[in-house]
Design a protein around this ligand. Structure first.
Ligand SMILES: C[C@H](N)C(=O)N1CCC[C@H]1C(=O)O
Length: 710
């Protein structure tokens, strides 16, 4: 097809439209993905398990559909038309998601919640399916289409293109993962204001339309390789025939052939057989690769969970656990140029031949190192975690509600205390406690596997009270807070975000979850009030005690005491940076190189198919995360990290052996050689046929059409 070829600094101008398209498309994809789990959980009201499973299934589907897109592009529509049509499908999917998140559509009673949840679920599932089809379908085509814009002698430029392409992916990903959560946090609605998921999905939908328009604008400048017929069907038939033919000739009397695909020679074109061999060789090499993605994809799950048990204060800036993931695209944006312009040229200067497969091997090793770092950080975190009781143990803490210290005897140990900050651990189901002078004895039954607090009343002879305490770290960096009222009057405690309700005399409130930062509690008793301010970190639990002696007024702050049930997270989130650095450096070496390798080693008619094969390794990696997370329930998280690191090292060792035996090819050169040979044969055969025709007086039509085809 004709096109206007324009070059800027040695690069075809057309790739500008392709990389801008990729930037917008990745913004659209990652932006929508960033708020998807929260949409499931808080809008569709799904539980955590269902939300996580559907999320991972969606991600895996997005990397499975490239196969479909590649087949359509290489065999039927060509890459250009496939990208246009599937981008339309993709944009419709994004719009469906945005519409599905408008609660007002079914909120007939105007209470702020959708009344027909089936409508929202069905529309969002249809939307997600279309998005998976679109994003996956176009992904291998866009990368390969970009590669097609370069001529055979532009190897260096094409390599740079793949690096810039990767930068755009991560630029889009970075911006959208920052912006869409902010959009989601806005309130919007017609009848009632709710969290604005429709805007968080609407902006990615708009970006997808921009991606489509930008791609169409470049239309006149693209080199559009023609699809070469139903190539995948031919490939399958050819492989099937080779296997059948090999089986038919299994006896020793038939001479062996160099390659099992050579058994297709009787029926199929030698060029097609050579092309299939090229693809199979690369696909075979891909077998160990999903393991890299298995580790890589845990950034979004295990590493984010790890961050929830860490301290996110960076000076006055507070980083939320899921925001740590943005370190990956930020590092990509810095590491790709450094690798391309400093590290690789330096390695070359040292005389080392750092081939693509060597780079990928080093990339895998770096990912394994990242997991060792994650394990070391986990060990540090574990040291700071409270020791919760085992199923055969009980833990007890004491809180003396009186103003005087009391002497407490548990079995034969004496304590003089106002309140105990530590939990005592007991194996026995019952303990004897003696309090004060003269001694008041009590036998207390303890709950196994539980933490409890014993509230010793003002008058020791009054009834003793036991509370059930929290036995795990609060999730997502929240703080679990409760109040014990030691006063003779009821007290109401509230903060802007929560109300602890009315706490009766000598009783306690339930736990409420509070975010980090400064919080001011307002205590009310009748018309009297008191303000109590304190700073919270991440993942702590406190019991605040309101003493009987509290005087409401400006100085009440000092009278309230805080018992620390669970310490706040003390290991800093910055300690995750080394693991992010290694996984990202690994990604640059592995993924950017793999993308280019998949293009350069693919025959001309199967470029998109091999890109899809590459993306398929990402899909399998995601499935392995799902399976391993279910199966490998190791008691210690750090041990799971070490297990993953060891598995990747083992896989990397196998891959390096496979890579050692791989010979790099230039598909264009091989194809040209085949075509030249066939043309020469063609000439010879034409002469032979003309001779035969002259001698027999007729032509073998089948053969002639075969030669013409070749
Ligand atoms: C966001 C990642 N750094 C990244 O660029 N990718 C993860 C899977 C492949 C690649 C992408 O194309 O999105």
């Amino acid at each position: 097809t004709s096109f206007i070829f324009k070059e800027v600094c040695g690069y075809p101008l057309s790739i500008f439209f392709i990389v801008v398209n990729e930037f917008c498309e990745r913004f659209s994809y990652y932006g929508m993905r960033a708020v998807l789990v929260l949409y499931f959980k808080y809008f569709l009201r799904w539980d955590d398990d269902l939300a996580t499973s559907i999320y991972h299934t969606f991600v895996a589907l997005c990397y499975l559909t490239p196969i479909l897109g590649a087949i359509v592009a290489d065999s039927w529509l060509g890459k250009f038309k496939t990208i246009i049509y599937l981008s339309i499908v993709y944009a419709i999917g994004q719009v469906a998601m945005a519409v599905s998140a408008i609660h007002d559509i079914t909120d007939t009673d105007r209470d702020g919640t959708p009344d027909n949840m089936t409508f929202h679920v069905v529309l969002s599932m249809v939307g997600l399916f279309l998005i998976a089809l679109g994003t996956g379908g176009i992904k291998p085509c866009v990368a390969a289409f970009g590669g097609d814009q370069f001529s055979d002698h532009q190897d260096r430029q094409r390599r740079t293109f793949f690096s810039v392409f990767y930068l755009c992916i991560n630029g889009g990903s970075l911006l959208s993962t920052i912006i869409t959560p902010i959009l989601r946090a806005q309130d919007c609605g017609i009848h009632s204001q709710q969290k604005c998921y429709s805007l968080a999905f609407g902006v990615p939908a708009a970006l997808m339309l921009v991606a489509l328009v930008v791609f169409i604008v470049g239309s006149g400048m693209y080199y559009k390789a023609e699809p070469q017929g139903n190539i995948m069907l031919d490939v399958c038939k050819c492989i099937g025939f080779a296997i059948k033919n090999r089986y038919r000739h299994r006896s020793n009397q038939y001479p062996k052939r160099q390659h099992w695909m050579d058994w297709a020679e009787e029926k199929y074109d030698k060029l097609l057989i050579a092309q299939i061999k090229m693809v199979l060789k690369v696909l075979f090499l891909y077998i160990p690769l999903p393991m890299f993605w298995t580790l890589f994809d845990q950034k979004g799950s295990r590493w984010t969970l790890q961050a929830t048990t860490m301290n996110g204060y960076f000076g006055s800036l507070v980083i939320q656990p899921d925001q740590m993931q943005t370190v990956n695209p930020i590092l990509i944006l810095t590491l790709v140029p450094i690798m391309d312009s400093v590290i690789y040229p330096l390695i070359n200067k040292c005389g080392l031949n750092f081939t693509p497969l060597k780079r990928m091997t080093v990339g895998m090793l770096l990912a394994a190192i990242a997991f060792v770092c994650a394990a070391l950080v986990q060990i540090e975190i574990d040291k700071t975690l409270p020791t919760f009781p085992s199923t055969s143990q009980s833990q007890l803490k004491l809180l003396n509600m009186g103003s005087e210290t009391v002497t407490i005897k548990i079995f034969n140990d004496f304590f003089v205390l106002q309140a105990s900050n530590e939990y005592f651990t007991f194996e026995a189901g019952q303990i004897n406690i003696s309090v004060g002078h003269p001694e008041v004895r009590n036998t207390i039954s303890l709950a196994k596997g539980q933490r409890q607090t014993l509230l010793i009343p003002l008058t020791i002879t009054d009834e003793w009270l036991m509370t059930d305490d929290i036995t795990s770290k609060p999730q997502e960096g929240n703080n679990a807070i409760r109040f014990v009222n030691g006063m003779k009057t009821a007290v109401n405690v509230s903060i802007p975000a929560a109300n602890f309700g009315l706490i009766e005399p000598f009783s306690y409130s339930n736990y409420s979850l509070i975010k980090n930062g400064k919080v001011t509690f307002t205590l009310w008793s009748g018309s009297q009030s008191c303000e109590y301010s304190t700073d919270f970190g991440f993942g702590s639990s406190y019991t605040f005690f309101i003493p009987s002696t509290l005087v409401f007024g400006p100085n009440c702050q000092e009278s309230i005491t805080a018992a620390e049930d669970i310490k706040p997270n003390s290991v800093h989130m910055a300690l995750q940076i080394p693991q992010y650095f290694f996984i990202t450096a690994g990604e640059v070496m592995f993924s950017v190189t793999g993308l280019e390798f998949s293009y350069s080693q693919a025959p001309s008619n199967m470029k998109a198919v091999l890109q899809a094969g590459w993306l398929f390794t990402v899909a399998i990696g995601n499935f392995i995360v799902l399976i391993v997370a279910e199966l490998a329930k190791l008691p210690k998280q750090w041990a799971e990290y070490v297990l993953f690191a060891s598995l990747l090292v083992a896989v990397c060792f196998i891959f390096s052996i496979m890579a050692y035996f791989y010979t790099y090819i230039d598909p264009a050169e091989i194809e040209a050689q085949f075509k030249k040979n066939v043309n020469e044969d063609d000439e010879d055969n034409k002469h032979k046929l003309q001779k035969t025709e002259r001698s027999n007086g007729k032509i073998n039509v089948t053969k002639l059409s075969y030669y013409n085809m070749a």
